[in-house]
Design a binder for this molecule. Sequence first.
Ligand code: SAM
Length: 275
Amino acid sequence: MVGKLIVVGTPIGNLGDMSDRMKETLSMVDFIAAEDTRVTVKLLNHLDIKKPMISYFEHNKNQKGEYICNRIMGGETCALVSDAGMPAISDPGQELVSQCAERGIEVTVIPGPCAFVSALAVSGLNSGRFTFEGFLSVTKKNRFTHLNSLKHEERTIIFYEAPHKFLRTIKDLFEVLGDRKIAIVRELTKVHEEVVRTTLKEAIEKYTKSPIKGEIVLIIEGYKNNKKEQYTLNEAVCIASGLIEKGYTILEASKIVAKDTGIRKSDIYKGLTEI
Ligand code: SAM
């Protein structure tokens, strides 16, 4: 019988966030594929679980993915974990899940904390529509290509960032996106958890004076298209004529169209009466 792959979320800072299902799963699987076995062994020691582990990380994922799939095809059950949070989210795992799916291996999930989802939830910014952008590239060209592609993005924008790159990142964000609201969400679930709701401009001032520490998620408000479409007087008069045909009086039509187009009511009225 074929085994299965179980994608297991682990805490992002607070061991109290471990679920019963997570603990049960880690103790019942045949082996664990871990991003860094030295990190995962600490979690297992805390839970008093002893399990064979193999490392599965960015640079061995092709060769190890094949090996893990073969073991699962041979009947074993594997838990996939990363150092913290959900595997496959800015962490190794996505390729292994694809490889398993291609071979018809069952893949299930034990959901755990995810830094960006938790950060978005406490940011106070629009969480209805958002785009998760992972880490920005360190190379200038790729970084700016990425940022420029988001210039007119109307959804809330989310990045992961490391403290030593943070100041450069908010300066680059300000340069490309202009001043925007930003929530800087730091050290979630840990002693120094903090949410700073500010603007990019104010953030640059603040963090130039006192550098940031810890793990960070950036939540940035989307592009706001405040400019009204530009109408000519002729176009406004045409729209108003349409309303009059539908039964509105000249005055009513002038009022409505003035509000919608930003053109003066008296000009539209004059235009209508001079036709
Ligand atoms: N897979 C993880 C997840 O689902 O949350 C993310 C892994 S990614 C390699 C690590 C990044 O996640 C950090 O650089 C930081 O941006 C963010 N992060 C992880 N833990 C965090 C925490 N406790 N508070 C704020 N951000 C965190």
